[in-house]
Design a protein around this ligand. Structure first.
Ligand code: UT7
Length: 329
C-alpha cells in the first residue's frame, strides 16, 4: 500500500455580503433590544445577502480568494466539497454550481450537510481524499444564506444568524508548504430534529399550503437546550483535540461563532484565556457552515495564525453533530 500522504492547507478565503442588519434594525422588526442581544449573544450586526446572491455565488467569491491565496488555477482542483444547509435548491448539489461558476470542468464533488459542523467535517473529508491520493487538490467551501430560512417574526432565532461564505484549498503538504492537517474528530447524536432544524419541505413534511401557513420552512430552535449542549461539547472537543499535544502547543482556537457567552463559558471550563479564542461574532452572528471558515480566514489575514502552533477548529450544531479539526500552521 502507498504511504498516506501528509496534507496541508494551501489557501484560505472568505466573502461576506455588503448588506448589514444591525440590532437597531431588529428592534424595529421584533420585540427585542440592542442591550438584550449584545448581552446574551455578543452580536452587534450580521451580513445579509442581496436577492441575487445565493449560496453558490457567495461560495464562488470565497473560493476565488482561497484559490488566489493558494496560487492555484481552478482547473487544478479535482474535488469540490460544499457544506451548506441553505443550498441553491434541494438538488443538484450546490458544489456543481460552484464548480461551473469557477470554470472547472473535470472536478468531482458533493455537498456536505452537517449544519454548523459541516466545515470542520469538510476539512477531515477533504484531507482524507488528498491523503489517500483519491484527489490531488480539494476545494472546500462553507456557504450559507441563512436569511432565507430565518423567521424574522421569531425573536428567539432572528437575532442570531447571518449570511456569508469561506473556503480552503487542501493539497499535499509538500505543495501547500503550510497548514499541516493533524487529524480531527466527527461525532453526532441523532433524534434531535425538534431541537434545531427546518421541519418543512423535506420528505417528512413535504411542501404544502399547510407547511407554509405554519411557517415550517423556517428554522425552529430550542435555544436553551442548544446552549447547554454547546458549552459542554466545545469544551470536550478542545480537551480531546489538544490532549496529545498539550496547551503549550496551542495557537488559536477557532470556534463556531455561536454565541459570545457560549465561547466564554467553554474557555473558562477548559481553563484557557479568552484571548486564545478567535471571535468575530459581533460582526457576523452565526453563519453556520461558513462560521469557522470566515473566522479562520480573518485570523489568517490578521496574522493571528502563529507559525508552528496548532490551530484548533471546533464546531457543533444541528443533528446534534460536533467535531474538531487540527492544523499546525
Ligand atoms: O449553531 C447552533 C445554533 N444555535 C444557536 O446559535 C443558539 C444557541 N443558544 C443561544 O445562543 C441562547 O440560548 C439564546 C441567545 C438563543 C438565548 O439566550 P438565553 O440566555 O438562553 O435566554 P433564554 O432562552 O433563557 O430566554 C430568556 C428570555 C425569554 O423570556 P422569558 O420566557 O424568560 O420571559 C425569551 O423569550 O429572553 C427572551 N428572549 C428575548 N428577549 C428579547 C428570547 N429572545 C429574545 C430577544 N430579545 N431576541
Amino acid at each position: 500500500m502507498k504511504p498516506i500522504l501528509p496534507v496541508g492547507i494551501a489557501g484560505i478565503g472568505s466573502y461576506v455580503p455588503e448588506g448589514r442588519l444591525t440590532n437597531a434594525d431588529l428592534e424595529k422588526m421584533v420585540d427585542t433590544s440592542d442591550e438584550w442581544i449584545l448581552q446574551r449573544t455578543g452580536i452587534r450586526e450580521r451580513r445579509i445577502a442581496r436577492q441575487d446572491e445565493i449560496a453558490s455565488t457567495m461560495g464562488i467569491e470565497a473560493a476565488r480568494r482561497a484559490l488566489e491565496d493558494a496560487r492555484m488555477a481552478p482547473d487544478e482542483i479535482d474535488m469540490v466539497l460544499c457544506s451548506t444547509v441553505t443550498p441553491d435548491q434541494p438538488f443538484p448539489a450546490t458544489c456543481c454550481a460552484i464548480a461551473h461558476g469557477l470554470g472547472m470542468n473535470r472536478a468531482g464533488g458533493f455537498d456536505i450537510e452537517a449544519a454548523c459542523s459541516g466545515f470542520v467535517y469538510g476539512i477531515q473529508i477533504g484531507a482524507s481524499f488528498v491523503a489517500s491520493r483519491a484527489a490531488r487538490n480539494v476545494l472546500l467551501v462553507g456557504t450559507e444564506k441563512l436569511s432565507t430560512i430565518v423567521d424574522y417574526k421569531d425573536r428567539n432565532t432572528c437575532v442570531l444568524f447571518g449570511d456569508g461564505a469561506g473556503a480552503v484549498v487542501l493539497t499535499s503538504l509538500e505543495r501547500a508548504g503550510r497548514g499541516e492537517y493533524l487529524g480531527g474528530h466527527m461525532g453526532m447524536e441523532g433524534g434531535a430534529e425538534d431541537i434545531l432544524g427546518v421541519p418543512g419541505g423535506g420528505s417528512r413534511h413535504p411542501a404544502s399550503h399547510e407547511t407554509v401557513e405554519k411557517r415550517m420552512h423556517y428554522m425552529h430552535m430550542g435555544g436553551t437546550r442548544v446552549f447547554r449542549f454547546a458549552v459542554a461539547t466545545m469544551a470536550e472537543q478542545i480537551e480531546l483535540a489538544m490532549k496529545p499535544y498539550g496547551y503549550q502547543q496551542l495557537g488559536l482556537v477557532v470556534p463556531h461563532q455561536v454565541n459570545q457567552r457560549i465561547i466564554e463559558a467553554a474557555a473558562e471550563r477548559v481553563g484557557l484565556p479568552i484571548e486564545k479564542f478567535f471571535v468575530n461574532i459581533d460582526r457576523y452572528g452565526n453563519t453556520s457552515s461558513a462560521s469557522v471558515a470566515i473566522a479562520l480566514d480573518e485570523a489568517y489575514r490578521a496574522g493571528r495564525l502563529e507559525k508552528g502552533k496548532i490551530q484548533c477548529m471546533v464546531a457543533f450544531g444541528a443533528g446534534m453533530a460536533w467535531g474538531h479539526s487540527l492544523v499546525r500552521w
